[in-house]
Design a protein around this ligand. Structure first.
Ligand SMILES: *Cc1c(COP(=O)(O)O)cnc(C)c1O
Length: 374
């Protein structure tokens, strides 16, 4: 009998990446694999995609180091750049590509560049048993997200200062959409226009589209696209994307560890939060918030048992949850329970719980067993 298990389908992952490439045929692909590849397991995702994509994108330097140490020798992009001098030095020695989104980062790079120039001759950097290399910079422009990035009017100054820095190999432009999943809101057109105006004087490569941009903004695919969640067959918003041809990569499943007869009027679980109105059978499933299934899940959220949807009842606890199987049910101990997958889409579960898909997959805990199918 299997406890909470995430089964990752390599075939579906490879299918999805080919679909993304066909949607953005003129763009290179920077596959975003932050947060343990969206909870799907970074090493297997890298293994499946290494020869199919042009770069991997991450949010933390630790993630970049993990990818490089797994043997991948290609391009790795730090999407938020280095956070301090120590990370910058690692970035330079490991030859990671990095975003620069702030003056603080630019100044650190300039300072390192000056040291590099003056100390290089004396062999100082080499003496420290480290070798530093010029790197590729992705200058981040705030086109309307207003989270990270320099203002469009700062582009000329940043560009010129980067060009003057000896540790800069090349300069690319990058930005991020805030409402690309709302095709009719009018905001994305403005972001695209701002991006184009700010970058027009330069021949540098450009990137702005993540998953929603890839699906809905053909005109904004530019030189590089940066897919994250859609690689896993999961929607960047609440509407499923299986009708676009994407295949869910993860099936989260567990097992029934008890089936109990239950009388009308009896409560179930902590706080007695749910009381059955009629005689029924309660199934106990070996998965809980200790595995990453949200504790605040409302009653009625579906799970799939023997091909039918049954509702969660009572509070989700750390190791278990309870479901109402119905008086006439024939489910038995050991039967598989699917929390999400091909036949119960994560979009339906996320909507019932009131969270986004991204949150469900990235919050799974290390206790969940991960299995891979090719
Ligand atoms: C996370 C992230 C992505 C991928 O986003 P998805 O919506 O999962 O495709 C792309 N670019 C940046 C800068 C990101 O932080």
């Amino acid at each position: 009998m299997k406890p909470a298990t995430a089964t990752i389908n390599g075939n579906a992952l490879r299918h999805n990446i080919e679909l993304i490439k066909s949607l953005a045929p003129h763009s290179k692909v920077c596959a975003v694999v932050k947060a343990n590849a969206y909870g799907q397991g970074i090493s297997r995702v890298i293994h499946n995609l290494a020869d199919k994509v042009d770069a991997f994108g991450v949010a933390r330097i630790k993630e970049a180091l993990t990818i490089q140490e797994s043997g991948y020798g290609g391009k790795i992009l730090l999407l938020e750049g280095f956070f301090d001098r120590e990370e910058l030095l690692k970035t330079l020695s490991r030859r990671f590509d990095t975003v620069i989104h702030s003056l603080e980062q630019l100044e650190l790079l300039e300072e390192a560049g000056r040291e590099w120039q003056t100390e290089q001759a004396k062999g100082f950097w080499q003496r420290k048993a480290k070798i530093y290399f010029p790197i590729n910079i992705w200058l981040k422009i705030d086109t309307g997200m207003h989270r990270l990035g320099i203002h469009p009017e700062q582009v000329p100054e940043f560009y010129q200062r980067l060009q003057a820095c000896p540790l800069v190999e090349s300069i690319q432009f990058v930005s991020h959409f805030s409402r690309a999943d709302e095709p009719d809101c009018g905001y994305t057109e403005k972001q695209i226009a701002t991006f184009e105006t700010a970058t027009a004087p330069y021949s540098a490569q450009k990137s702005i589209s993540a998953s929603s941009g890839i699906l809905y903004w053909q005109q904004a695919h530019y030189d590089w696209v940066r897919p994250g969640v859609i690689m896993h067959g999961i929607s960047p918003h609440s509407r499923p994307i299986t009708d676009l041809g994407f295949k869910p990569v993860m099936t989260l499943s567990s097992s029934l560890i008890a089936v109990r007869t239950h009388k009308a009027g009896e409560p179930v679980g902590y706080g007695g939060a749910w009381v059955s109105e009629k005689d029924t059978k309660i199934g106990v499933v070996a998965i809980g918030y200790g595995d990453g299934y949200p504790r605040n899940t409302p009653e009625g959220t579906p799970v799939l048992i023997n091909g039918r949807k049954v509702p969660i009842v009572g509070r989700v606890s750390m190791d278990m949850m309870t479901v109402d199987l119905g008086a006439e049910s024939h489910d038995k101990v050991g039967d598989e329970v699917i929390l999400w997958g091909e036949d119960l889409l994560i979009e339906e579960v996320a909507a019932a719980i009131g969270v986004i898909n991204y949150e469900l997959i990235t919050k799974l805990t290390p206790r969940v067993i991960t299995e891979y199918q090719d």
